[in-house]
Structure formats: C-alpha cells, structure tokens
Design a protein around this ligand. Structure first.
Ligand code: PEP
Ligand code: MN
Length: 334
C-alpha cells in the first residue's frame, strides 16, 4: 500500500481479496502496510488491484507457468522418442537438411546422419520463408520422401508444423517429433492443438521472445495434456548484424533451472554460416544443452534453402567426435 494509505483503503483491498475467495495476510511495518493474498492467484486480476485507491504496487510471487516449472518436477524429465531419450545423460544430435528437396537428397542425407552417429533426423516439408516467392517446401510429398529415407536407418523424424490444418496429416505420416518454429512460438491456437496430441514437441524460441514468454508458450502445450516438450534455443534478434542471430547461451542454464524439460540448441539458425556451427554447437553442449538441431546437406552448394549454414556430411562427422570429448568432460555421452 502507499505510505499514506488509509485504514478504509486497506479494508477495501482486504474485502476484494476475500471476495475472490482468497485469504489475506496483513503485515504492518513502521511505514508501510503489505497485504498478502493467500490462495489460488489465478482468481485474482492483478490489474484490478493496481487501480484500487491507496495501492502502491501489485506483485505476483508465484510463477505463472506451473506444469513446465521445475517446481512441479524437481528432477529433470526425459522425453522419449521411439525409445531414444532426450534430456538424459546421453546428448542427442538431430541432423538433416533445412528442407526436403528430392528423394535422392533425403536418402543421401539419411545415410550421412546415420554414418555420423546421430539418432534422429530433421527436415522441413513446410517452410516458413520470409519471401512468399521463395521455395515453400514440398508439403505432403516432402513428408513421403522424408519418411522413406529415414526408415531405412530407423531414424525418427523431426519436422515443422506451421498450420493446424496439417496436424491430421502429420499424425497419418507418423511424424515422430513435431517442431513448432520460431515464428509460431506464440501462435496460441497451434500450441493448444499440439497440446492435445501425444507426440513430442520441439518448441523453438521466438525471434524476440523473452524466456518468460517462451515458458508460457510451453505451458500452453502442457495445459492441453502434452508434457513431452523440448525447448530449442535458436538465436535471438539483437542490434548485432554481423551474424544471423545471437545464440543466447545464457538461456541454457537459466532454462535448465526454470524448467524440468529438456533444452536443445540450434546452432545453424543462430550463426547462419556453416563455419560458425562447430563453435556454437560446442558452446551449447558445454553449457548444459541436452542436444542439438543441426542443418546438414549432402551437398550444401546445391541446397534449396539455407545453403550457407549447412554442414557437409564430413563436417557433421567431425563435429560429433569433438562433441563426444566435451560430453565426456562433463559426465555425459553422445
Ligand atoms: C528450421 O529449423 O527449419 C527453422 C525454420 O528454424 P526457425 O523456426 O528457428 O527459424
Ligand atoms: Mn533452415
């Protein structure tokens, strides 16, 4: 309450807390009176209290994200994808091209992913492109090429869902992990829908999203019943223009503390250049990430999308060896 708040104003705030079905705790100091509200804070509208006469400030002391909070599950949780654990001691590297192009390209990519020792594969059939004139992805045909290439190596597939209307198709094609892209992190209707299915979800961080907004986006999915959520840091937009995005390494320990869910990093969309990928990938694993989402193309020069940032099959192999050494140093494996 404000320093000179009257008893009548204090009583009025207390009455409003009680009217919402909560209890009050009034603490009287030498100068200030602090009124605590005890009970389900969702029943209180903070903005409503802020405008009551005599009120100085209203603070929420509990977190708005409940299910995804580490408070609800102090031990970290592991998300299983066809028996592969994400969030356990073993680090998972999900590799593959930015977009699905041809059957041959996907077959070669799957061979390279498996040869490097990665256990999951990525590839976009529906692409969120800045320009409407750029290649938009092969759509359903892309899902077909992807599945037929990945199945030969029993690699679970990770692919982006941009539109709720394609969710049934994703289920039909048995997509193993649904990726929600950075541009859709706050597409709340999409989040609610993927909250109703039992497929693991990779939730990428929005281009300018705060950690708190990102956690709340995950809470949307969790609130629908799907708790198989993996956070993916992919770089954020800042004043810097020397690279595509700034990889927020700080977000990794912060997120690991705030949520029990696994956290992975996409070094490809962060740096935007293939030569930066190993350095960023190494930093991510050293900082405690549970895995990576990396772009690799059998022939980067021919890639239809994000050619600059794709590793070659050999570069992916080399990276996996380096990451193995870092994983060992921090008591994990790859
Ligand atoms: C992607 O992973 O293919 C992609 C488009 O990434 P982002 O949503 O992070 O831009
Ligand atoms: Mn890409």
């Amino acid at each position: 309450m404000q320093v000179h708040a009257s008893e009548a104003q204090i009583d009025h705030v207390v009455a409003q807390i009680r009217a919402a079905g909560l209890k009050e705790h009034v603490s009287r100091g030498s100068e200030l009176v602090i009124i605590g509200a005890i009970g389900d804070e969702n029943k209180l509208d903070l903005a409503h209290f802020e405008i009551l006469p005599g009120v100085e400030r209203v603070n929420r002391v509990t977190k708005q994200y409940k299910i995804v909070s580490r408070d609800s599950h102090p031990a970290g949780s592991v998300v299983k994808v066809r028996g592969i654990a994400i969030g356990g001691p073993q680090i998972q590297v999900i590799a593959g091209p930015c977009s699905v192009e041809t059957q041959e390209q996907m077959d070669l990519a799957a061979d390279a992913v498996a040869a490097a020792g990665c256990r999951l594969m990525r590839g976009g059939a529906f692409k969120p492109r800045t320009s409407p004139y750029a290649f938009q992805g092969l759509g359903v045909t892309g899902l077909e090429y992807f599945q037929s290439a990945a199945r030969r190596h029993k690699l679970p597939v990770v692919t982006e869902l941009m539109d709720i209307r394609m969710l049934d198709t994703f289920m039909e094609y048995d997509v193993d992990v649904i990726q929600i892209g950075a541009r859709n992190m706050q597409n709340f209707d999409l989040l609610k829908e993927v909250g109703r299915v039992n497929k693991p979800i990779i939730l990428k961080r929005g281009l300018s999203a705060t950690i708190s907004e990102w956690l709340m986006a995950a809470e949307y999915i969790a609130a629908g019943g799907n708790h198989n959520i993996i956070f993916c840091e992919r770089g954020i937009r800042t004043f810097e223009t020397a690279y595509r995005n700034v990889l927020d390494v700080t977000a990794i320990p912060v997120l690991k503390r705030e949520t029990h869910l696994p956290v992975i990093v996409d070094p490809s969309h962060a740096g935007g250049k293939a030569w930066m990928v190993p350095a960023l990938a190494q930093a991510a694993i050293a900082a405690g990430a549970d895995g990576l989402l990396v772009e690799m193309h059998p022939n980067p020069c021919d890639a239809w999308c994000d050619a600059d940032q794709a590793l070659t099959p050999d570069e992916l192999k080399t990276l996996m060896v380096t990451l193995g050494a870092i994983a060992n140093a921090i008591g994990r494996s790859i």
